[in-house]
Design a protein around this ligand. Structure first.
Ligand code: HEC
Length: 127
């Protein structure tokens, strides 16, 4: 019985690790397909900030503000605001890193559901 439980525990842990990496792979794949990786990398600044730095910046935050390309200022939960910013583009949050380059708008080029997946993927990278 003990051996059975041990095996079960191990299988569950392995399954979890597998689904986490499958999620990461899907996120990265979608980022590549959507053109994000022309300007972003997980762990270093390219044109835009490293996605790991984005995730770390908003980790634990309940609110953030972003100025979108059309000039509207959005304040709210980071996930919601980052989804809006990926839809419409914007600049101002990473000027010290990027020199003020804007993030381009992605809606409707990228489907709403995919934009949500991409933002969830970016936020999942927090250490
Ligand atoms: C042409 C270059 C470029 C491309 C392509 C690009 N980005 Fe960005 N991204 C940027 C820049 C520059 C910033 C920093 C904007 C700022 O200073 O507020 C940024 C910022 C971000 C942020 C953080 C926003 C914030 O306010 O903290 C997220 C999330 C993000 N990008 C996701 C994406 C996703 C998802 C894609 C693909 C659908 C993508 N980016 C494609 C240049 C790009």
């Amino acid at each position: 019985m003990k051996k059975f439980l041990l095996t079960l525990g191990f299988t569950a842990a392995a399954g979890l690790a597998l689904s986490t990496s499958a999620l990461a792979e899907e996120g990265l794949d979608l980022a590549k397909k959507s053109g994000c990786l022309a300007c972003h990398a997980i762990d270093k600044k390219v044109v835009g900030p490293a996605w790991q730095d984005v995730a770390d910046k908003y980790k634990g935050a309940t609110e953030m503000t972003a100025t979108l390309t059309d000039g509207t200022v959005e304040t709210g939960a980071p996930r919601d605001v980052l989804i809006k910013k990926t839809h419409k583009g914007g600049k101002g949050n990473w000027t010290a890193v990027t020199g003020g380059v804007p993030m381009p708008p992605y809606s409707p080029r990228v489907a709403d559901a995919d934009i949500e997946k991409l933002v969830d993927f970016v936020l999942s990278l927090a250490k």
